[in-house]
Design a protein around this ligand. Structure first.
Ligand code: PMP
Length: 424
C-alpha cells in the first residue's frame, strides 16, 4: 500500500546518480566547500576533538587545558562525584539499559522518583521523563497539534521545537522575537479559525541568552484561551534565586503555564528530557504520544539517577546557582564595560559576543582557541549571517581571573582583526 500523501505524478523522472550517490547530494557539496575553507583557517582541527576528563569551566582537548565556554554543564554537575556515584549505583541495580519501553517492563523506580521530584520542585501536578531532550520537545509538540490547530512561536525557538512543528500539519506562524503585541495581534486575527492554539517560547533563548516576559505571555494566552509551552532547557538550574527556572524567576505559578519542557543535558549534567504540567497532559503524553514514551526505550537507569541526584544537589547547594549567577553577571558586565556587543543577553548563563560577520566569528574563535580559550562560533544557518557570534556558556566554576583573561583576549584580538574577505 502507498501511505504517502503526495499524489503520484504521471511524469517520469530520469534516474540520475545524484539521486543515489551521497557524494553528489547538494549539502555534501556545500560541506566539502566549507571543509576546504575551514581547513584553510585551521578551524576544522578544533572540531570533533575528543576531550578527556570533565568538561566544565575548563576542558582538555588535544592535550591542552582550555578555559571552556562551550559546555552547557552550567552547575558542573556532570562530573560531580555524587552524580557519578548515583549513575554507577543505578547501573549496578538495574544494568546499563532497562531493556524496553517504560509501559512494558522498562519502568524503574528512578523514573518515578525523578518525576515526583520535578513535580515537587516546580509545583506541577505531574511529569514524564523521556529518553532524549531534543526528541521530547519535538514529539510533544508533534503529537499535541492537529490539522485544525495553530502553533504560534517566537522566531528564535530551538530547532527541536521547529522540527516538532513540522511533524504536524497545523497552521504555523512565527512572531518577532519577544514582540508580545505582535503575538497578541496574530492571536486576535487567527484564534477564531482554529481549535487548539499552542504558543511556543523558551525560558532562556539559547543563542541570545535573554528571558521573555513570561507573566505577559501568560496574560496573552489566558486572554485568547491558548496553550503556553515554555522550553526550560537553558533556564532550569540557571535562572531565579534558587535556579529553578521561570517559575522561580517570575512571581508566577507553574499552573499558569500549560507545558513546562526541560532538557537534562544542561544544568542536570546528564541526558534526557521531561515534560511537567497538568495530570491530563502527562497522561496523554505517556499513553499516546509516539517518541515521548511509546515506541521507544526508557531513559537509562544511569541517566535518570544522575538527573535525580543533580536535582537534589541543585536544591541542597543553592550556592552553586549563586556562583553561576555571580559569574554570568560579572562576565556580562565586564564584556559591556569593554565595549563588546552582547546583544540581548541578560540574567542567564548564555552570553553572546556578536561579531555580526561569519569570517570574523570564525577567526576570533581560532585566535581564542590558540590562546587557550574554547568558544565555538555560531554561524549561518544556526543564526543569520549578520548575527554571527561567539557564544559563551558561563559555568559556576569559572574564576574571575579566567573571565578577565577571556574578555581581555577578545578585546585584543578584535582590535587587530583582519577585514573580512566576504568568502562566507
Ligand atoms: N531546547 C533547547 C533550547 C536547546 O538548546 C536544546 C539543545 N541544546 C534542546 C532543546 C534539546 O536538548 P538536548 O540537547 O538535551 O537533546
Amino acid at each position: 500500500a502507498d501511505f504517502s500523501d503526495q499524489s503520484i505524478t504521471a511524469r517520469s523522472i530520469p534516474i540520475q546518480p545524484a539521486f543515489y550517490d551521497f557524494s553528489l547530494f547538494p549539502e555534501y557539496k556545500e560541506f566539502t566547500t566549507m571543509e576546504w575553507y575551514y581547513a584553510k583557517q585551521k578551524y576544522s582541527k578544533n572540531q570533533f576533538l575528543a576531550h578527556v576528563g570533565s568538561s566544565d569551566a575548563t576542558v582538555t582537548l588535544a592535550g591542552r587545558e582550555l578555559i571552556n565556554y562551550s559546555s552547557y554543564n552550567y552547575l558542573a554537575l556532570a562530573c560531580d562525584p555524587r552524580v557519578k556515584a548515583a549513575a554507577k549505583q543505578a547501573i549496578d541495580d538495574f544494568g546499563a539499559s532497562t531493556g524496553s519501553g517504560r509501559s512494558i517492563t522498562g519502568e524503574v523506580d528512578l523514573h518515578q522518583k525523578f518525576e515526583q521530584e520535578i513535580c515537587k520542585v516546580l509545583g506541577t501536578e505531574d511529569a514524564v521523563v523521556s529518553v532524549g531532550g531534543y526528541s521530547t520537545n519535538a514529539f510533544t509538540i508533534g503529537y499535541l497539534c492537529r490539522p485544525q490547530d495553530l502553533i504560534i512561536y517566537d522566531e528564535l525557538i530551538h530547532n527541536s521545537a521547529l522540527v516538532g512543528c513540522k511533524m504536524t500539519t497545523s497552521r504555523r506562524l512565527s512572531f518577532p522575537h519577544n514582540d508580545y503585541d505582535a503575538l497578541d495581534r496574530l492571536l486576535t486575527e487567527h484564534r477564531g479559525k482554529h481549535e487548539r492554539v499552542l504558543i511556543l517560547v523558551e525560558g532562556v533563548y539559547s543563542m541570545d541568552g535573554d528571558i521573555p516576559d513570561v507573566p505577559r505571555l501568560i496574560e496573552i494566552k489566558k486572554k485568547h484561551r491558548a496553550l503556553l509551552m515554555v522550553d526550560e532547557a537553558h533556564s532550569m538550574g540557571v535562572i531565579g534565586p534558587r535556579g529553578l527556572g521561570v517559575t522561580d524567576y517570575f512571581p508566577i505559578k507553574a499552573s499558569d503555564i500549560d507545558i513546562l519542557y526541560g532538557s537534562m543535558s544542561k544544568a542536570f549534567g546528564t541526558c534526557g528530557g521531561y515534560v511537567a504540567g497538568p495530570k491530563p497532559l502527562v497522561a496523554i503524553l505517556k499513553n499516546y504520544a509516539p517518541g515521548v514514551l511509546l515506541y521507544g526505550a526508557a531513559p537509562t537507569p544511569a541517566n535518570t539517577a544522575a538527573g535525580l541526584e543533580s536535582l537534589r544537589i541543585m536544591q541542597s547547594e543553592p550556592e552553586r546557582v549563586a556562583r553561576l549567577r555571580a559569574n554570568a553577571d560579572y562576565f556580562l558586565a565586564k564584556a559591556k564595560e569593554n565595549g563588546l556587543d552582547t546583544y540581548n543577553s541578560k540574567d542567564s548563563g548564555v552570553v553572546p559576543i556578536m561579531t555580526r560577520d561569519s569570517e570574523l566569528a570564525l577567526w576570533l574563535s581560532i585566535q581564542l582557541f590558540d590562546a587557550g580559550i574554547c568558544s565555538f562560533p555560531m554561524l549561518y544557518p544556526i543564526v543569520p549571517r549578520d548575527k554571527s557570534r561567539l557564544r559563551f556558556f558561563i559555568n559556576c566554576n569559572h574564576t574571575q581571573q579566567q573571565m578577565d583573561e577571556t574578555i581581555d583576549c577578545i578585546v585584543e584580538n578584535l582590535a587587530r582583526a583582519p577585514k573580512s574577505k566576504g568568502v562566507m
